[in-house]
Design a protein around this ligand. Structure first.
Ligand code: NAD
Length: 381
């Protein structure tokens, strides 16, 4: 098959879905690779680097969309891109079908197959294709770098000839993929790091990373965050009260808060209230990774850096992976390459849309002129 990556059209998006390295691997599966000119520029991959890897560089989006069988992208295709698709073509990208019903209907009408990387189930066999996790990992790490850049002080404690510097205290709220990455990055920079999650089973992992898990004085805690498939269940009002009480208690002592708390399909829970922010020291920093879903912090404005009256910096950027575009493109293109490898079982360049395969079935949201979302429950958990 001919597989091609267009230049992303979403403003400010610097990632690309195919790198010279991933193209080399795709060619080993029997595919031919194409990119739109300049597609990798913002992530540091020049047209010449693609050409050296055997990739054909096409002059524009029109040539790319009409010249390939499989379009690989990062952001969901926009209407103009969907209108360029036709029956027999496949597009593989993030799609968020639940939030993009109209876009999905438009794609269905073209007869093209749509594979949504965000619909890859979180099961062990599919980890190599789990692009949400690879991007959350980068988001968590980059959030700490952003915090450090805004903080204006060391993270690590130091005793110098010019005086003693206390270590920064970092609180990570939500210890999923992004939260664990943030915890690891904060610990490695030398901060005293705390993490909280409604799923107490992650406490051991947090402690083994050199951070401290924040426990609540709440009798029902062990049951309350009861998780299914690695995701949390909504908290009871009593649990939430206990959580907010604990956060209020520790807020004045925290220099940095990185919040990542989310339950799939729901708006972000508000966990870091205005009064908590107001009680933090001047110069403290809150990085709200849940900004896109409304934010965990009451002061968050998506995509903005806000400085409160009391001098606390609240950052709601929603594009952290794009801010590490080379790394993000490398990991995302590898996720895509693994998806294509599963779609090419014969390593002969022939795509087989095996709808009996749990992972392919779950990720395929439109196929053969029909919407195939939502998928049936997984056969193997
Ligand atoms: P995840 O599902 O792995 O983790 C979310 C964690 O939050 C889970 O561990 C869950 O138990 C916890 N949680 C849920 N409700 C909570 C509550 N009330 N209190 C404390 N913890 C709670 O998700 P993830 O893949 O780590 O992603 C986390 C967030 O980061 C998502 O919102 C994702 O969209 C976002 N993200 C943002 C960027 C960006 O650029 N801003 C980049 C990557 C990811």
């Amino acid at each position: 098959m001919r597989i091609g990556a267009p230049k992303e059209v979403f403003e400010g998006e610097a990632r690309v879905a195919m790198t010279p390295d991933s193209a080399t691997q795709l060619q080993k599966l029997g595919h031919q690779c194409f990119v739109e000119t300049g597609a990798g520029q913002a992530a540091g991959f020049t047209d010449a680097a693609y050409q050296a890897a055997g990739v054909t560089v096409l002059p524009g989006a029109e040539a790319l969309f009409s010249g390939v069988d499989v379009v690989v992208k990062v952001r969901p295709p926009v209407e103009a891109e969907i209108d360029r698709l036709s029956k027999g073509q496949t597009v593989i990208s993030f799609f968020y079908p639940a939030q993009n019903a109209e876009l999905l209907a438009r794609a269905e009408a073209t007869g093209a197959t749509v594979i949504a990387m965000d619909m890859v189930p979180r099961i062990s066999r599919a980890q190599k294709m789990d692009a949400l996790s690879s991007m959350a990992n980068i988001g968590g790490y980059r959030a700490v770098i952003e915090a450090a850049n805004n903080f204006g002080r060391f993270f690590t404690g130091q005793v110098t000839a010019a005086g003693k510097v206390p270590p920064a205290k970092v609180l990570v709220i939500g210890a999923g993929v992004a939260g664990l990455a943030a915890t690891g990055a904060a610990v490695s920079l030398g901060a005293i790091t705390y993490a909280f999650d409604v799923r107490p089973e992650v406490a051991e992992q947090i402690n083994s990373m050199g951070a401290e898990f924040v426990f609540l004085d709440f009798a029902g805690e062990a049951q309350d965050g009861a998780a299914t498939g690695g995701y949390a269940a909504p908290s009871s009002p009593e649990f939430r009260e206990a959580q907010l009480k604990k956060f209020r208690e520790i807020a004045p002592d925290m220099d940095i808060v990185i919040s990542t708390a989310l339950i799939p399909g729901r708006p972000a829970p508000v966990l870091w209230t205005k009064d908590m922010v107001d009680s933090m020291k001047r110069g403290s920093v809150v990085i709200d990774l849940a900004a896109e879903r409304g934010g965990n912090c009451e002061y968050t404005v998506p995509d903005q850096r806000v400085v409160t009256e009391s001098g606390v910096i609240v950052i709601g950027y929603t594009d952290f992976p794009s801010r590490m575009a080379a790394q993000a493109s490398q990991l995302y293109s590898t996720n895509i390459r693994h998806m294509i490898a599963d779609l090419t079982p014969g390593k002969d360049g022939v795509i087989v849309q095996n709808m009996e395969d749990d992972v392919i079935r779950s990720a395929t949201v439109a196929h053969d002129g029909a919407i195939t979302f939502p998928p049936p429950p997984l056969k193997v958990k």
